[in-house]
Design a protein around this ligand. Structure first.
Ligand SMILES: [Zn+2]
Length: 336
């Protein structure tokens, strides 16, 4: 064989070393992770719960105005963590994304039992994994946009039967689709219990798990252990629930960064009530960029904060989706 016959087989990269193509599943279709832009990694445009009576996020025009305010503050994308049965209004999301120019990722998943009527839980419990997979790969409600993440919830310093059941279903849906699993940690607690269950028992790779509300329990050891395990740590707020601990956030993020875990940090606004929207006089989604970002830049530097708002969520929420790419209802280019 001539030396000019091309590379020998032994010099070709093996198939297993090729990184699979991943994408972010927005409500307008799959996009390349590099196109995500400045991202609010945990927020809500619509939310309804018997736990928050009179504070429903159910006003489409207010959601549109909030997105416009976020866009004007420099925002480009938002990950909506509202799961099944909590007033997601998924059919509204493509239009909101198109008109605002903000990329929106919707969620499937299930919250704590207290957020649902008993008959709703009775209806979905038997095949939760099937529900999650269908919403991720076929569409929410059959004809709506596809979900781009799975949201489930833990309990206060532990996991009850409902949490173990929903997390087991989330793990199954993850194994089919590759979707990231975002966790509501009750008052920021139980991070290691969640990782023990999802990663050790159910074989979900730690870097497909996003732990939310960690700043409500500013325990630097738990933060470091969760980051060392490989999970993403989502810090959100401000809110009344975070008020007592907001001032610790720059120190918490500095400690994680100094320990080499700057690539695990995510930031979000987590607007859960109508009063908290910026268009109603609250901090809302723009606060993340208007106040939070410059405050954190003082502690972490501009470069890292930009990466936390762009590259980190792009990595955290990108998946292979287990099947062909989804072109979406539009062309995947909100506002374009
Ligand atoms: Zn939330």
């Amino acid at each position: 064989m001539s030396r000019d016959a091309g590379p020998s087989l032994t010099t070709l990269p093996s198939v297993t070393s090729v990184t699979p193509v991943t994408s972010i599943r927005t409500v307008l279709g799959d996009i390349s992770p590099v196109d995500l832009g400045i991202c609010d990694a945990h927020d809500h445009l619509f939310l309804r719960s018997p736990q928050l009576p009179g504070q429903e996020l159910d006003d489409t025009e207010a959601a549109a105005a909030e997105l416009d305010a976020f866009r004007a503050a420099g925002g480009a994308a938002v990950i909506q963590w509202t799961p099944y049965g909590m007033g997601r209004r998924a059919v509204e999301l493509p239009r909101l994304a198109r008109e605002s120019g903000v990329r929106i990722v919707a969620a499937t998943g299930l919250h704590q039992a207290a957020h649902y009527a008993a008959e709703v839980l009775a209806r979905v419990r038997a095949d939760l994994a099937g529900l999650f997979v269908a919403e991720l790969t076929e569409g929410i409600g059959g004809t709506g946009p596809r979900a781009g993440m799975i949201k489930v919830a833990g309990g206060f310093h532990g996991l009850d039967r409902h949490a173990r059941h929903t997390m087991t279903a989330a793990a199954e849906a993850h194994h089919v689709t590759g979707a990231a699993i975002g966790i509501h940690l009750e008052l920021g607690t139980g991070a290691m219990d969640v990782l023990d269950l999802l990663c050790d028992e159910l074989a979900v790779p730690p870097d497909r798990v996003v732990l939310g509300h960690l700043n409500r329990s500013p325990d630097p050891t738990v933060h470091r252990l969760a980051a060392e395990a490989g999970a993403y740590l989502a810090f959100d707020g401000p809110s009344r629930a975070h008020h007592a601990t907001d001032w610790r956030l720059p120190d918490a993020l500095t400690a994680l960064t100094e320990a080499g875990h700057g690539d695990r940090i995510l930031l979000g606004g987590d607007t859960t009530t109508a009063d908290a929207r910026s268009v109603n006089g609250g901090p809302g989604m723009p606060y993340l960029l208007r106040r939070h970002r410059p405050r954190l830049e003082l502690a972490l530097g501009e470069d890292l904060v930009t990466r936390i708002l762009t590259a980190n969520p792009a990595r955290a929420f990108a998946a292979t989706w287990g099947a062909a790419a989804w072109g979406g209802a539009g062309d995947g280019t909100p506002g374009g």
